[in-house]
Design a protein around this ligand. Structure first.
Ligand SMILES: Nc1ncnc2c1ncn2[C@@H]1O[C@H](COP(=O)(O)OP(=O)(O)OP(=O)(O)O)[C@@H](O)[C@H]1O
Ligand SMILES: Cc1ncsc1CCO
Ligand SMILES: [Mg+2]
Length: 265
């Protein structure tokens, strides 16, 4: 059963403490490292080509987040993906701002083409732009709702052999076998920068313990986000309380709170 797989994946992360290697943006390095620690995983932000082969030999998974991309980063990212491929590791691509510039769109597609085992996690506008459909975005924030991005996600699943997570008010997890709809989370979450980047980082932690669709991370962050929002006056305390609740979350609470629906495709 899917709910059981999700709760077991949470326990597996805590038991195995997988190392997640991230090439990620300057805005979220601290938030995503803390979220990984709070869930029980082990983060390392590593940007240098010189050490990437060693890193990927013992990493659990790789995050490529293009949030503060510049041309110097691109060969490092592609090299890291090649090393992940050589070691049979999952790559989580966060195509931050895809569609906002040609640099971001082209680089996202290059990474997606290169990765052998790929999970793409983006907001609706990014997923739509990555699939070459007409997206509405304002920098890194989505102006499209996640259901509008479903056809783009189906395309990306076929085009890149990827699993795709569309985040938003409703999260969709699209694989070649099924589509899962998640209705957890809270409207205050997009008022904290890097919540999506946190979701991508957690997705890599779960991939490292064999949950390679993205559903467990979306479930955990959605549930934790709504528990934390109940105790938070605004985005500042929400950001910190989410870390506390990631640390405190137990299997029973996760199972009880999940609002999950499987849509067969
Ligand atoms: N309106 C909402 N209601 C409930 N949950 C939401 C809402 N908007 C976002 N979320 C949740 O917030 C998290 C981040 O999703 P979002 O789509 O905002 O990412 P993003 O746009 O990539 O963010 P960022 O680029 O700042 O990292 C997900 O867990 C998602 O479910
Ligand atoms: C605000 C912002 N700008 C580049 S990356 C980032 C963090 C959210 O994706
Ligand atoms: Mg984002």
């Amino acid at each position: 059963m899917l709910v059981e797989q999700i709760t077991q994946a949470l326990t597996a992360v805590r038991e195995q403490k997988p190392l997640v290697v991230s090439i990620t943006n300057y805005v979220v390095m601290n938030n995503t490292a803390n979220a990984l620690l709070a869930i029980g995983a082990s983060p390392i932000m590593a940007h240098s080509k010189q050490e990437m082969a060693e890193m990927m030999a013992f990493a659990g998974a790789l995050v490529i987040n293009i949030g503060t991309l510049d041309s110097a980063w691109i060969p490092r990212m592609t090299f890291a993906v090649e090393q992940a491929n050589a070691n049979g590791k999952v790559v989580v691509l966060d195509p931050v701002g895809c569609g906002a510039s040609i640099l971001r769109t082209d680089t996202s597609r290059e990474i997606a083409r290169l990765a052998d085992q790929l999970i793409i996690r983006g907001n609706a506008s990014e997923i739509i732009a990555l699939a070459n459909e007409q997206a509405k975005s304002k920098g890194v924030d989505a102006l499209d709702s996640s259901d509008i991005a479903l056809s783009a996600a189906y395309f990306l699943v076929k085009e890149y052999g990827a699993c795709v997570v569309i985040s938003g008010e409703t999260d969709y997890i699209v694989t070649s076998e099924q589509t899962v709809k998640l209705n957890n989370g809270h409207a205050m979450m997009p008022c904290v920068t890097g919540m999506g980047c946190t979701l991508s980082a957690l997705t890599a932690a779960f991939a490292a313990v064999g949950e390679e669709t993205g559903v467990a991370a979306a479930a955990v962050l959605g549930v934790v986000g709504e528990i934390a929002a109940e105790q938070s006056r605004g985005p500042g305390s929400l950001q910190l309380t989410i870390l506390d609740e990631l640390y405190l979350l137990d299997e029973a609470t996760l199972a009880k709170r999940l609002k999950l629906q499987v849509i067969n495709s």
